[in-house]
Design a protein around this ligand. Sequence first.
Ligand code: NAD
Length: 416
Amino acid sequence: MSKELNPWEAQAARFDYAAQKLGLDEGIWKILRQPSREIIVHFPVLMDDGKIEVFTGYRVQHSIARGPAKGGIRYAPDVSLDEVRALASWMTWKCAVVNIPFGGAKGGVICDPKRMSQGELERMTRRYTSELIEFIGPEKDVPAPDMNTNEQTMAWIMDTYSMHVRQTVTSVVTGKPVNIGGSRGRTAATGRGVSVACDQSLRYLGMTPGECRVIVQGFGNVGSNAALLLQEKGYRVVGIAEWDGGLYNSVGINIPALIEHRKRTGSIRGFAGAEEANSDELITSECEILIPAATENVLTSRNAGRVRAKIVCEGANGPTTPKADEILASNGVFVVPDILANAGGVTASYFEWVQDRMGYFWTEDEVNERLDRIMMASFTDVIRYAESHEVNNRIASYMLAIDRVAYTTKQRGIYA
Ligand code: NAD
């Protein structure tokens, strides 16, 4: 089981399979199979009680073949090098699937942000940034938010980097507040992309939003925005699963009211507009669309056979293990893989980076319209690949991405 649940092994298994299907050149296979750079830092932080704590942080840059490395930073107690490696390589593939000029990276710090004050988080973020100062930058590696980091974290990173280089450099990170170089539409972009992926899946399968019950796991940035947009488009969001409990309402949960409730109380529990439900059972409850939007390894060999959704649209990174993939495929479940389904976030991050470098900012409608266009085109590209190579959508996404990165690598020539 521990092999099944290792995200790096999961990534490598799909990569090898897709590379073999593509007939990938052996040398390029070796290059792309490994991250190109892995940075580990142990750094001190002054805690509120006056003591010094030492934290461990990672930044993995998987590829810079198609442009600067790009990827989020997460804060969690269980961050590991293998997880960050996997997430970094998924960023390379994701940016290639949506055809934006970035490579892939990811970062993480082992910490428990729920037990840290704002001051401690700020000092930890600034010191972690300063440890990475020569490795990040608008033309090198551009971080963004991920689990337990947000626009405030990005503002601190931008400020710390700017202090070191003695000028304001907004384009060093994306996902910033709008008044300091953030892009309109960025916060909701991943959820928006997930909703577009659902729309496209329905069109492809000949279904309509009105007949779709949706269950979402994780009511954070991705899950709540996806739920909100899907409800606005006429889908019925019947279930929400969180770490501390779930909610179910067969006629649909009022999402704006639930967002308000969560903001007020800090939890989805105790919401009057739905019944309490078991979060694990919600994953395998009857619905048309299941959106895992929380974390990795949610669908495994243990529960994939009981999934009753027709469509699994992956808001989270790595929610499905390779074994679960096989089970879902043999049961005819239509999977929109993470590197396509949640690519709306990095696409809007690309728009933010472009706007920062131009110093000219777009309206929210412009951002959304460009985002929708890229998501729709990428969905079509993946489906075409799946049909022409007779593989599932995940392998099709990997093949499309690897093909694009390999092509660029060959074109640039290998400095070996
Ligand atoms: P977030 O921290 O805003 O939200 C995550 C939510 O999931 C939280 O509400 C948390 O309580 C909940 N959660 C955590 N563990 C859970 C569990 N075991 N069961 C049920 N709920 C659980 O994070 P986010 O930014 O929404 O990211 C969620 C996922 O989407 C991650 O896998 C992330 O890598 C991926 N992702 C995020 C973005 C983005 O733009 N934020 C982009 C692409 C992919």
